[in-house]
Design a protein around this ligand. Structure first.
Ligand code: FAD
Length: 106
């Protein structure tokens, strides 16, 4: 079975980076595909309990695919839900761009 921690780090990197470079004004095609990417996780993510809980979280917090800023924040909040569940520290969502797009400003 996959290493759930490594898989998680790699997946979050992919998702946060993809959100960070998602257009501010996505086309309908880009929106539809981002929605499909996120909605496919509860069906395909190869960690059963992760997939199941993420599916429930998506039900109560629909993906915000309207633009990169909203998407990045929404994803940060979803990641924080998982952090909380695992007893990890919460991440400051004001810093998502610094972490996943721009790098530190100093
Ligand atoms: P990670 O949580 O993997 O984070 C990687 C890096 O992202 C951090 O070092 C930090 O720089 C940055 N970061 C942290 N929080 C945020 C945030 N909120 N927004 C933006 N950036 C942030 N594991 C389980 O054991 N049980 C589960 O149910 C589970 N569900 C998961 C569901 C999904 C959809 C995914 C993608 C992963 C899930 N995982 C789960 C894996 C888990 O979230 C972690 O990836 C794993 O435990 C490794 O944690 P880590 O401490 O190395 O950092």
């Amino acid at each position: 079975p996959p290493d759930v921690e490594q898989l998680g780090r790699a997946t979050w990197m992919f998702l946060h980076t993809t959100a960070a470079y998602y257009p501010e004004k996505p086309t309908p095609t880009q929106r539809a595909n981002m929605l499909m990417l996120l909605r496919s996780l509860p069906i395909l993510y190869p960690c059963g309990w992760c997939a199941e809980d993420f599916g429930k979280d998506l039900q109560s917090n629909p993906p915000q695919v309207g633009g990169r800023e909203a998407l990045s924040r929404w994803l940060c909040e979803r990641h924080n839900e998982v952090n909380q569940k695992l007893g990890k520290e919460s991440f400051d969502c004001a810093k998502v761009d610094e972490r996943w797009k721009d790098g530190p400003s100093d």
